[in-house]
Structure formats: C-alpha cells, structure tokens
Ligand binder design. Structure first.
Ligand code: RIB
Ligand code: CA
Length: 305
C-alpha cells in the first residue's frame, strides 16, 4: 500500500497531540514535515510541545517553527483549554532537540519542491503559515494535493458565538486560504464536536501503552469536555478523514470567512443552500459516523508505542 505524503501544521495543544500520534502511527500516512504555529499557546510553546512529543515517540520527522502572531491581529490563545504550557499534565523528559532556523512556510515549500508527487497539507491550528506560504510562493498550489483542515463551522462557534478557534485567531489567513483555489476538506465543529472519546475508553487509556498513559495524563487537563463525560477530538478528525474518509459525509459549498464583523470576525459563512451563487471552494464535513470513528481511534492508538 503506498503511503500518503502529508505535512502537518499544528499548535499543540492537547488534541493536536492525539492527531500527531495518529499521523505518526497510521500505516497509510507518510508524515514528511511538522510545522508549528501560534494558536493554543505561543509558537515557542507549541514548538517546544511538538519537540517533546517527537522525543517521547523517538521520531525524527523534520520540524520547523512558524508564525508567532496572526497576519494582522494580536494573538489570542486557548491556554484556558490546554493549560499554560499548552500540554499540561505530563512531565516529558528533558531532551536537546531544537527547531532549525528556517520559517515554517519556507520549510513547507522546500518539502513540496522535494516531493515527486503532490503533498497533502493537514492544518490543525490557525492558518497563518499557509497564508504566508501562498503569499511568498504562489506556485506552491500546483504541488499541493489538497488541504485538509480542522477549522470553521457551518453553525455556531467555540471561541466566539460564531467563530471556531482556528479560524477566529487569524481570519485574514483563513480567508486567503479559502480564496486560494486549493481543494479544501473542511472538518469543522459540525463533526468535531461529535467526535468524542467515551469515558469508558478514556478510563482504559492508562493501561493501553505508553502513549495511552501520556495522553490520559494530558486529558486530565483538557477542557473540551471531561474524562467523566467524554472528550472532543477536534484535530483528530482531520487525520481520520485522510485515513477513512468514508466515516464522513461532505458537501461541496462556497465558504467565505468574515474578517470585518465587530462580533462575527472569524466566522466561516458556509453557503449550504447555494444562496450566494458562488462556486464551491470547499468540501464541508457535515456528518461523522461516530462509532466508526471511535473504533478507528482505538485501532490507531493501539499501534502507538
Ligand atoms: O476549535 C478547535 C481547535 O482549536 C483545535 O485545533 C484545538 O487544538 C484548538 O486549536
Ligand atoms: Ca489545534
């Protein structure tokens, strides 16, 4: 089976950590590069967290640090959800790994140039790095197979009433991405809010393997649900779609990102009924087969060390 080459842009982030585990240990995927971005916490912290995870799993995937701030707005973070460190709850061992001195958008472009086939971009944080890539290297679009994102919502938000966090932090970047012409798979809150790990599965994690024990320690500090009611695996949905797209129901839609609204900036305006007479620029995930997702998660995390 040929493995799908992917680049993962991430802001770890506790649910990002689960997505990274799935990206590393899914046999169908070939994780060629990890890039970090400011989002859940500062880019220094998201980079430190990503390096800690690579060390934990003894993996040597290339990594590059990305944007420290959104394109034009000040950074607002989600430390209230993930803890001040961005991955509160587990004492990772010390290591001497460092991110190389190259910006993420440059590392992504270099990776695209080096690949013999188009590469899939997977974004599970704000889209700042991707907007910078598109601005600095417009020709990159011919080397990108598609962009699969955790982001947005056809309905309500989770950071503001109308905006999902990854879009809300950098609406200008998200607007640039949705206007790019890239094939986009949008896994938004419509499916990620349903992508829950059950209390029963969570309770069994500590004895699954080292990864389960580490993730369970992090989950005790993760505020998108709880250990007793279940935890929402937002970012994992982007990886799940790559590996088992049949678990999702998509609809081609025109999606615009609001950047001017005093109360609504960061909202993804998903034109489900085609009222704006604009061509679809994204495939929006509206439904997820939750039992199948939960079975896939269990199978995938069991492959981790
Ligand atoms: O809205 C959920 C998204 O915001 C996830 O990517 C989570 O990690 C946070 O960044
Ligand atoms: Ca994230």
């Amino acid at each position: 089976m040929s493995r799908l080459p992917i680049i993962l842009d991430t802001d770890p982030g506790i649910d990002d950590a689960v997505a990274l585990a799935a990206a590393l240990f899914s046999p169908a995927l070939d994780l060629q590069l990890i890039t970090t971005v400011a989002g859940n916490v500062s880019v220094e912290k998201t980079t430190r967290n990503a390096l800690q995870l690579l060390h934990f799993w003894q993996q040597d995937v290339p990594l590059a640090q990305g944007a420290a701030t959104p394109l034009v707005r000040p950074l607002r973070d989600a430390a209230c959800v993930h803890g001040e460190s961005g991955m509160e709850g587990y004492n990772f061992v010390a290591h001497d790994r460092l991110a190389p001195d190259i910006p993420a958008f440059q590392a992504i472009y270099n990776c695209l140039l080096a690949s013999e086939t188009p590469v899939t971009l997977v974004t599970i944080g704000p889209l700042t790095n991707i907007a910078l890539l598109l601005t600095h290297y417009p020709d990159c679009v011919t080397r990108i197979k598609r962009l699969v994102m955790m982001g947005g919502s056809a309905g309500r938000g989770n950071f503001t009433p109308n905006a999902e966090f990854n879009i809300a932090i950098d609406p200008e970047a998200a607007a640039r991405v949705f206007q790019s012409g890239l094939e986009i798979i949008m896994c938004g809150l419509d499916v990620t809010n349903k992508a829950m790990l059950t209390p029963e599965y969570l309770a069994a994690l500590p004895t699954l393997n080292r990864t389960g024990a580490m993730l369970h320690a992090l989950f005790s500090h993760y505020r998108s649900g709880s250990l007793s009611t279940g935890l929402r695996m937002h970012d994992l949905c982007a990886i799940a779609w790559l590996v088992k797209p049949e678990m999702f129901t998509l609809k081609p839609c025109f999606v615009a990102v609001e950047t001017q609204g005093e109360y609504t900036s960061g909202a993804t305006v998903v034109d489900l009924e085609g009222r704006l007479n604009q061509p679809a620029n994204a495939q929006v995930a509206l439904e997820i087969d939750v039992p199948a997702f939960q079975q896939w998660v269990a199978q995938t995390l069991a492959l981790a060390p």
